[in-house]
Write a protein that binds this ligand. Structure first.
Ligand code: FA5
Length: 345
């Protein structure tokens, strides 16, 4: 019996030492200690020994059983520890892997065009002014020749705040603020945010950007307006532009115009291949911005004598200009926060 126990002990030690997985350990456990296992077999064989040998042989087999149980448990712990270590291990760095480019921020297309415009106008001697987003009714309407109950207010439905304050609907209030604050002559642009209570669609937002322009001096005429607009549009659209003025009504200018530019998508021909140009609707012109000669009442509200001075003003929709420049069809893309759009600039 002693020989058998020793032989099984050696065999068990070796096999358990070679087990690589928990499943293998479990299979050995069954084979050695299970009901029909080899150690159990030895225990069962005790009955066939002479009576006086049984206690010593029994103790031997029981020790073997303990030993095998300990060996199995130890191996199990080793395998578990190895698995845990392997799962924590970080793969070594791969020097052949292509590098990752850090995400650099970039300017929003509206800011981009706004800054370019500021440069162009600064080159023509214009100041860049700012005005409050939250405005008084007086500056947004009254002083711009839009008294209470004037129908022009209908086109500027806005968000009202208590005590006669409102979110400005255009940058034109800064015309008055500029004339109040600065000596003549004045040459100024005012880029800024505007708000209207408006149904949002492909060309209208509730929050949008305008750039106001104001020139007040002796002898200012429509010719100055046309020259200034052509110079700025040529720089921003990076091509020679044709413009045309159509009559347009705004209470704060007289005469007032809608300024159109020849369509950059069809070169002003109105045709794209065999079909009509879809961008300018085959007209060859794109409506770009309203402008006009400053109304005498507005000059008076700003403390300027209209008998001595004249001026022109314009109110450019900044998004509109960016859309024309880059061929963008939907104004909602600007504030949508979609990186696939923003990363193109
Ligand atoms: C005005 O706001 C006048 N203050 C412009 C002006 C200034 C005229 C000086 C004469 C002299 P209008 O409401 O048309 O005008 O707006 C001017 C431009 O702002 C439009 O041509 C358009 O490009 C842009 N705009 C107006 N409303 C929205 C809107 N909801 N979403 C996006 N852009 C808009």
């Amino acid at each position: 019996m002693e020989d058998k126990v020793q032989a099984l002990s050696r065999k068990a030690r070796q096999e358990i030492g070679e087990a690589r997985t928990l499943e293998e350990v479990r299979a050995l456990e069954v084979r050695l200690l299970g009901k029909k296992g080899e150690v159990t077999g030895l225990l069962k064989g005790l009955g066939s020994l002479p009576k006086e040998e049984r206690p010593a042989a029994g103790a031997l087999v029981n020790r073997l059983k303990e030993e095998v149980r300990d060996l199995l448990e130890k191996r199990r712990e080793e395998i578990k520890a190895r698995q845990k270590e392997a799962s924590l291990q970080v793969p070594p760095p791969d020097p052949t892997e292509p590098g990752r480019r850090p995400d650099a921020g970039r300017l929003h297309p509206i800011t981009l065009v706004q800054e370019e415009l500021e440069d162009v106008f600064a080159g023509m001697g214009f100041m860049v002014l700012d005005g409050p987003d939250v405005e008084l009714d007086y500056y947004n309407f009254e002083a711009l020749n839009i008294p209470k109950d004037h129908p022009a207010r209908d086109a500027h439905d806005t968000f009202w705040i208590e005590e006669g304050l409102l979110l400005r609907t255009h940058t034109s209030p800064v015309q008055i603020r500029a004339m109040e604050r600065f000596p003549l002559p004045i040459r100024a642009i005012v880029p800024g945010r505007c708000f209207r209570h408006e149904v949002v669609d492909a060309s209208h937002e509730h929050t949008f950007y305008q750039m106001e322009g104001l020139v007040v001096d002796r002898g200012i005429s429509v010719a100055h307006l046309i020259h200034t607009m052509k110079t700025c549009l040529r720089a921003i659209l990076e091509r020679d532009v044709e413009i045309r003025l159509r009559p347009g009504y705004f209470p704060f200018v007289e005469p007032g115009f809608e300024l159109d530019v020849n369509c950059p998508f069809c070169g002003g021909s109105g045709r794209k291949g065999d079909a009509g140009c879809p961008v300018c609707k085959a007209s060859g012109w794109i409506e770009l911005l309203p402008c006009g000669m400053v109304h005498p009442n507005v000059l008076r509200a700003g403390g300027v004598d209209p008998e001595e001075y004249t001026g022109f003003a314009f109110g450019m929709g900044l998004q509109r200009l960016v859309m024309v420049r880059y061929g963008i069809q939907d104004i909602r893309l600007f504030m949508g926060g979609d990186l696939r759009f923003l990363e193109q600039f």
